[in-house]
Design a protein around this ligand. Structure first.
Ligand code: ADP
Ligand code: MG
Length: 342
């Protein structure tokens, strides 16, 4: 015979279990040229699943609006109309461009979505034989680069590039922006924890009392190794690295982040990780830091505590804002659920 207290225990256990068990939904899909992973937890499995589906839809929607790989995106329309006419765009595209301009201003032009006028000179696709462009070619293209020349008319809802040959590319902010939109779809009653990652960008959501997310930062100098682990609750983290996409010309590597002031690939930083409240901001600054370098970069970064950074320079040395240095835990465990690539 089963003792009565054991039965009671069983019933209490069952009620407790059903009541507290949290459904976890995790899905991955290749979007925006990278792996997008979305994980969410909550009591009601159906609700969580529906929200995860909606979050993926948000990523697709943002991609359709701002990808320059798509002929039909609003951004491509702005580029086609360069030197011709202002283009009416949706409020979100306007917002993404305005935020980019704000980072341009703060970063002294290191971050500049009009860098794209240099497009094609440096070929990182591997489709054409790689070559270092002539100085004169770079100089000619640089005449069309300049964030101050981008004309945004907020009341008319238009964007205008005043000279033919000017071009915008939101590649350095698009994934972060999409991660923010996806997370907004998950931040609803019934979802207790969520994590959205897209390549090197991620954002977490954790209701008070819930477990934080533990993420790993890949070492930019040794990619088989973690640089450390980090716990986050309601923040975004983004990383940029010059060696994720690069071309090798005569034994020298040229990374895909260009210095808009010289028209040449930025040098001196291997990788940068930025923590911020929102993913678009972390994403933009991670790119800016690659151009600015450690000293200038940390100086220009909007003041902590809101935003923190870790920069690994070309010699493998770390430069971190004070608030971040203490948060990175060494001794990486193999069980880290999410690695993001520098
Ligand atoms: P990834 O897209 O590889 O994760 P980033 O977020 O750092 O990395 O974005 C890099 C992309 O940003 C480049 O591929 C290019 O499209 C764009 N870009 C390159 N240089 C700049 C720059 N100085 N300012 C703004 N965008 C840039
Ligand atoms: Mg970026």
């Amino acid at each position: 015979m089963i003792p009565r207290f054991k039965i009671l225990f069983l019933i209490v256990g069952l009620i407790f279990g059903v009541h507290c068990r949290s459904a976890r939904v995790g899905q991955a899909e290749t979007l925006m040229g990278t792996l997008v992973e979305i994980t969410a937890e909550g009591r009601d499995h159906k609700l969580v699943e529906a929200r995860v589906a909606l979050a993926f839809e948000e990523v697709r929607r943002v991609d359709r609006l701002i990808s320059t790989f798509r002929e039909d995106s609003e951004l491509s329309r702005i580029n086609r109309a360069a030197g011709v006419a202002p283009v009416q765009v949706s409020p979100e595209v306007l917002e993404a461009i305005e935020r980019s301009l704000e980072v341009s201003r703060l970063s002294d032009g290191a971050f500049d979505i009009s860098y794209a006028a240099l497009g094609g000179l440096w070929d990182f696709s591997g489709e054409k034989p790689a070559r270092v462009p002539e100085a004169a070619e770079i100089a000619a293209r640089l005449k069309r680069v300049g964030w101050r020349r981008i004309q945004v008319d907020r009341s008319a809802g238009t964007v205008f590039l005043p000279e033919a040959g000017m071009r915008l590319d939101l590649g350095a902010i698009a994934k972060g922006y999409a991660v923010d939109r996806a997370l907004a779809a998950l931040k609803v009653p019934g979802v207790d924890r969520a994590l959205v990652t897209a390549g090197g960008d991620l954002r977490a959501f954790t209701r008070p009392g819930e477990k934080p997310w533990r993420i790993g930062i890949q070492d930019p100098a040794r990619r088989d190794r973690l640089l450390g682990e980090l716990e986050i609750q309601n923040q975004a983290v983004a990383t940029s690295g010059q060696y994720e996409r690069f071309v090798e010309i005569q034994g020298r590597r040229y990374g895909h982040i260009l210095d808009p002031r010289t028209g040449r690939p930025a040098e001196g930083v291997l990788g940068a990780t930025v923590i911020a409240g929102e993913a678009w901001e972390a994403d933009a600054w991670a790119t800016a830091l690659l151009v600015l370098g450690p000293e200038q970069g940390i100086k220009l970064l909007p003041s902590p505590p809101g935003i923190e950074a870790l920069i690994v320079d070309a010699k493998g040395r770390w430069h971190a804002t004070p608030g971040l240095a203490g948060r990175i835990q060494p001794a990486p465990s193999p069980s880290v659920p999410f690695l993001f690539r520098l």
